[in-house]
Design a protein around this ligand. Sequence first.
Ligand code: AMP
Ligand code: ZN
Length: 471
Amino acid sequence: MTLKICNTMSGKVEPFKPRVKNKVTIYVCGPTVYDYSHIGHGKTYMSFDLITRYLEYKGYDVKYVVNITDIDDKIIKRANESGMDPLELAKKFEKAFHCDMHALGIKDADVYPTVSGHIPEIIEIIQILIKKGFAYVVDSDVYFTVSKVEDYGKLAHQTLDAIKSGARVEVDRRKKNPADFALWKSSKAGEPHWSSPWGEGRPGWHIECTAMSMKYLGQQIDIHGGGRDLIFPHHENELAQSEAYSGKKPFASYWLHTGFLTINGEKMSKSLGNFITIIDLLEEWNPEVFRLFILSTHYRKPVNFTQKTLEHQKQSLRRIYNTVDNLRLHIQNTQKIEIQDRLEEEIQKQISRVKDAIINGMDNDFNTPKALSEFYNLIKIGNKVIAEKMGKSTTTMVLNTIMEIAHVFGLLEKKRKVEALPEEIQMLLKEREMSRNKKNWKKADEIRLKLKSMGIIVEDKPEGTQWRYQS
Ligand code: AMP
Ligand code: ZN
C-alpha cells in the first residue's frame, strides 16, 4: 500500500515519494509567540503530530522542524503594552507553547529554531537575493521583487495581477510593485534590532522560514505544512524567495494545509477574541478527548468546537479504555492459551483485515476519520473476544493491535501502568530493574531482548526506565 497525499500545489492527491528513500523532511510553520496558544493552534500541531507519527509508523526516518517566530510586529506591540522586553515576552510564550504541546501529547519536533537565533543566516540569504536581482534596497529596508518570479502565485493559484489589485489597499510608495514584500525592515526606536549591511533592523516575516528550513533540512524539503491561512501570502512568498535563492530548485515536494478549528462557525483567532486557550481546555478535558476530536475530522477540513462534541468524545474514550482494561484482565486470568475453535480463527483474520483497513485509510491522505471508525471496529472485536472468553493468543493479538494503532494515534499513552501488564512481563521488568541496580548490564540486556520478543520495548532514560508497546 502506498501513501498518497493531497498537495495544495497541484490540488490533487498524489503518490508520496520522498526525495531520499525512506527519509522524510518536514517543515511546519510555528507559532508567533506573543500570547498563550489556543486550541486552533492545537488542531494544526496535533494534525502534524498525527502525520509524523504515521510516517514513522510506515518506517520513514522523519526529520521534523517547527520554527518559533519570536520577532514580529504583534510581539513588539504586546511587549510595549506590558512594558516587557519583546524577546523576553517571546521567550515566556515560547516556553508556554512547549508546555501546551507536551500537555496535548504532541511529540517534540527535532528542532524548534527561533528567528532571533538565525539572523546571520537570514542576512546572508537576503544578500544573495539582492545580488541575483531578486531584491532591492530602499532607505534601510529590503524588498523582494515578485515580478522577477515568472510563476509567482502558483501555490495560491492566483495571478500576479489579481494579487496586485488585492494589495493596492496598503500602497507603499517606496515599493516598485504593491505585491513586493519586506525581507528586512529598518527598526524604529525601542524595537529589537540587529546590525546588517542595510543598517540596524530586523527580518521581515517570510524570510525566516526559508533560512531555517534550508539550514536544518537543505534547499529542498519533502513536506511543508501549516494552517490554510498561511497559503497566501506567507507560503507563496517563502516559495518565491526560496526558489529564487536556490536557482529554481523546487522548494517543497508536497504542501499540506490544515483546515481551521472554528467556534460558532468562525475561525478561532486571537484577533476575533473567540479563543479558548489550551490551558483552559485541559482544565476541563482530558487531552486524549481533544485528540479523538481532532482525529474524527480530516486534517484539511474545518472542525467546529462544541462542548457537546467533546462530551461525546469523552464517552468514546472511556469505552476504549474499558475494553483495553478488560482485555488485559482477561489475558491475566484466562487459562486458555492456544486458538480454541473456528470462531477464534475467524476473529484473528478479522483483526488483520481491520488493521489493513486502518492503514488504507491513513495511506489515503491521512484519512483519520476513516481510520478511527475502523479502530472502533477493533474495539468491538475486543469486546467480543472478552464476551466469548477467547484464548490468550487471540486476546493478546487484539490487544497488541489496539495498542499499536493507539500509539500511531497518540492515544492510550497516559495509562501505561505496570500493574496493567501481564504478570510475566511485570516480573521481567522487576528482574531487569534489579539487574541494573546490581550493574549487571549483560543480564539487563538479555531481559530487554526477551521483553522485545514479547512486544514490549524498554528504554532507559535520564528520568528512569520506561516501557512501551512495540509499534
Ligand atoms: P500563528 O501563531 O497565528 O502564526 O499560528 C500558528 C499556526 O496555527 C499556523 O499554522 C496557523 O495557520 C495555525 N492556526 C491559527 N489559528 C488556527 C485555527 N483556528 N485553526 C487551525 N489552525 C490555526
Ligand atoms: Zn513559515
